[in-house]
Design a protein around this ligand. Structure first.
Ligand SMILES: Cc1cc2nc3c(=O)[nH]c(=O)nc-3n(C[C@H](O)[C@H](O)[C@H](O)COP(=O)(O)OP(=O)(O)OC[C@H]3O[C@@H](n4cnc5c(N)ncnc54)[C@H](O)[C@@H]3O)c2cc1C
Length: 391
């Protein structure tokens, strides 16, 4: 790897190496990168063959775009958007299958993990704005497929693309879903932020029962982070006051590869792509109750069929209309926050990461205006390119 921005950390090379000479190591920013023990490497080239960054798909328009709403309101309220993941996962688990997604361990480190019981489903649900570590999930998928069990794998577009290359061929028992991906923030920034929240309330990791990044007590659009404690108390952090969320939203804390992502922009290798249907109020106002609506893009007939089998409220939608206010699908480039490099330089020595984020995001007016103009120019360019590609 010549440059950190060429590695998305999907874990395909680590898990595919036939002699196990590749391990993950965290860098100073907190992101994992593969390290090869050269003395053990047999130069077989498998790590390069499975790398999704080296082998991106050509962009293609999805087969269909649908708005989806889970019929159970409590499921929707516990999901990030319309609850489509819960419906897909429940169907697979009911048939004795395996579901792989992102869950916290006891230290609140995020990992891709497999479950096969609906009791564990709450741990997978919900968007967690952190890069999830993937040391063994692809191997777990391969094992489950060998046992002829159905598998649902949900992850970032690069994780799904990595899984596809790791497995080498499609399997009718495997259903994959990625999501519109704004990018993944550093696990180190997350750990430091969470430790500070806990310290300010005199709490420990073991006091936490659940963390939601998208709690809907103020509505789907006005979501907040919520820490639910084992004694029933709740600590809510509104989005605007949440330094961690703002660092994510403003591209301060993302992985270097996310700023030039070769698996976005319609290059998804999944069966389905899940998203928030943010523009539903204009596209279909009658279903907008501010409790969450999913947008689902189907890239394969397997994806379309899987969705058809579920008992969900669905409606076809025009893709361009659905993508308004949601640039994360088409965008292959994201402009890093101008203070990104400075932020990560200060991270190891800064005593308080929350304060550091607030200082870095407080840009002078002129810089803020320049940032806004650049973003608008970029979105316009993307829109024009899309029109030319799809015609
Ligand atoms: C980092 C990130 C960025 C996103 N950016 C956008 C965006 O810009 N625009 C948009 O419309 N939607 C975005 N989404 C997707 C959106 O938040 C919802 O996940 C999606 O609408 C599905 O919602 P749901 O109600 O069906 O499922 P949910 O119940 O919310 O399920 C989410 C699924 O994603 C998996 N998951 C959660 N966090 C991670 C993670 N960090 N890494 C890998 N897998 C994970 C979970 O295990 C679960 O399977 C993003 C999600 C994440 C995790």
């Amino acid at each position: 790897m010549k440059d950190v921005k060429h590695c998305c950390g999907c874990g395909a090379c680590v898990q595919a190496c036939p002699v196990g000479c590749i391990t993950f190591e965290r860098d100073a920013e907190g992101f994992e990168y593969p390290r090869v023990k050269l003395e053990e490497c047999t130069d077989c080239g498998r790590c390069e063959r499975v790398c999704p960054m080296l082998h991106p798909n050509e962009p293609a328009a999805p087969l269909s775009a649908q708005g989806v709403i889970h019929s159970d309101t409590s499921v929707r309220l516990g999901s990030s958007s319309g609850g489509v993941f819960h419906a897909l996962a429940t169907a697979v688990l009911r048939e004795g299958g395996v579901v792989v997604g992102a869950m916290f361990d006891e230290h609140h480190t995020l990992c891709q993990q497999a479950i096969d019981s609906s009791e564990d489903l709450p741990r997978l649900r919900g968007s967690k704005y952190i890069q999830s570590s993937n040391h063994e999930a692809f191997q777990q998928v391969r094992e489950a497929l060998k046992q002829e069990r159905r598998v649902l794998f949900v992850g970032t577009p690069c994780q799904v693309a990595g899984l596809r290359r790791y497995l080498g061929q499609d399997n009718p028992l495997l259903l994959t879903a990625d999501f519109f991906c704004h990018g993944v923030p550093s696990p180190l920034v997350w750990q430091r932020f969470l430790d500070e929240v806990l310290a300010s309330h005199h709490l420990r990791h073991e006091d936490i029962a659940h963390i939601s990044f998208r709690h809907k007590s103020g509505g789907w659009r006005e979501y907040r982070m919520m820490l639910t404690l084992k004694d029933g108390r709740e600590i809510g952090i509104p989005r605007r006051k949440n330094a961690y969320q703002r660092a994510f939203d403003e591209n301060l804390s993302l992985r270097p590869s996310c700023y030039e992502c070769p698996v976005r922009g319609g290059r998804n290798q999944s069966d389905l792509t899940l998203a928030d249907f943010w523009d539903i109020a204009h596209v279909r106002p009658s279903v907008d109750d501010n409790k969450g609506v999913s947008l689902v893009l189907c890239h394969t007939t397997k994806g379309i069929e899987a969705l058809q089998l579920l008992c969900l409220q669905r409606f076809d939608t025009d893709l361009e209309a659905a993508l308004r206010h949601n640039p994360a699908y088409h965008a292959t480039r994201t402009t890093p926050h101008p203070q990104r490099a400075h932020f990560f330089e200060q991270l190891t020595t800064a005593e308080n990461v929350t304060l550091l984020i607030e200082q870095e995001l407080h840009l002078p007016l002129l810089q803020r205006l320049r940032k806004e103009i650049n973003l608008r120019k970029y979105l316009l360019k993307q829109h024009l390119m899309r029109l030319m590609t799809w015609k």
